[in-house]
Write a protein that binds this ligand. Sequence first.
Ligand code: LRH
Ligand code: MN
Length: 424
Amino acid sequence: MRIAANHIAQHNESLQAKHRARLHAVLQETDQAEAIIQKLMAFNVAIPSWALGTGGTRFGRFAGAGEPRNLEEKIEDVGLLHALNNSSGSISLHIPWDIPKDYTAIRELAGSFGLSFDAVNSNTFQDQPGQPLSYKFGSLQHVNKAVREQAIAHNIDVIQHGDALGSKALTVWLADGSSFPGQLNFRNAFENTLESLEVIYKALPSDWKMFVEYKAFEPNFYSMTVGDWGQSLLYANKLGPQAYTLVDLGHHLPNANIEQIVSLLLMEGKLAGFHFNDSKYGDDDLTVGSINPYQLFLIFKELVEGMDARGMNHATDLGWMIDASHNLKDPLEDLLQSVEAIMLAYAQALLVDAAALKVAQLNNDVTQAQEILQQAYRTDVRPLVAEARLRAGAALQPLQLYRNVAVRKALVDERGSNTVATGL
Ligand code: LRH
Ligand code: MN
């Protein structure tokens, strides 16, 4: 389904006056508005191909309706999101959940929606039908060399799929680890994993990056072989300049200071990018900004400060991706809310008076430092994010328009109500 341009124009026309008034108000707050709007227009978040259907937990899955039946329909759904918010212009594929059959046709279809392909993700956390050797006790860490070689071959296969689509990065997340003390020799597991990653690293095209994604627990519950940012950085440093650490917000132990981790990985030039989501307890994969929007703001504050310190391009020098699972919400509405939360946190971070904050820090003026941060956080930047969409021909209020034109009903009419998308 494609959103008709006149639907967007009529929607924006109906909201124009209110938008202008709100925009005028925030223009009184800052002289940075134009620069912020330009940065927001350039900013893009990749949509995960595995999060366009309804997810579930081990306790159950409550099916949604009108879910995409294949990669073509997933590309259409991401194209629809991008038409509504102009900030969802790439799709991150998970192999083998979404293997393209005809690369040219898939690239042309994606191109017709203004979409490109972001990082591709390998999967050695499930056994595929007919797979010779099981990953039950791990993949790249496995004590059996043949299992490691099978997993290495899969990752190299994923690079080839991505290369044919114009992707420039491989994300490796390993479920590898142990659930009981004594089950694993940690050093052997690390060395097997590093040795395996080195073979995959050598298969990377020269302009590609490898994102090493860490996770504190699940599906193993005693140790994970890439369990935290320190371990991931150890791998990335030992592998070489094309290897980086990927931060999934839900992959930390409770109360971890993620913004400090981000600041230090940026300082080291080893931050790959993000899997954005939100959580209250574990890897809950909830809507971005739905539980802890202040933490998201603090993370973007460190990103802006750290990227500016290294002269990095905000829009292109890091991987901005969502990784969420939708158990209760319409997946497309959930993704629209997540992109909005990311754009708001970025805009608030751009509003931080960095010079004044530096002075407060140098004077140990703790109170003033908080005032400066919260002045930005408490500024309603929604009109700036909406204006960036308006100028790009997208919708002032994407979720509102999505509902007004009854997209989900149209998808159900087209696809039926019992279709199930591949993925989580
Ligand atoms: C693991 C993870 C990883 C993906 C998977 C779908 O929890 O975050 O990034 O491969 O989710
Ligand atoms: Mn992830």
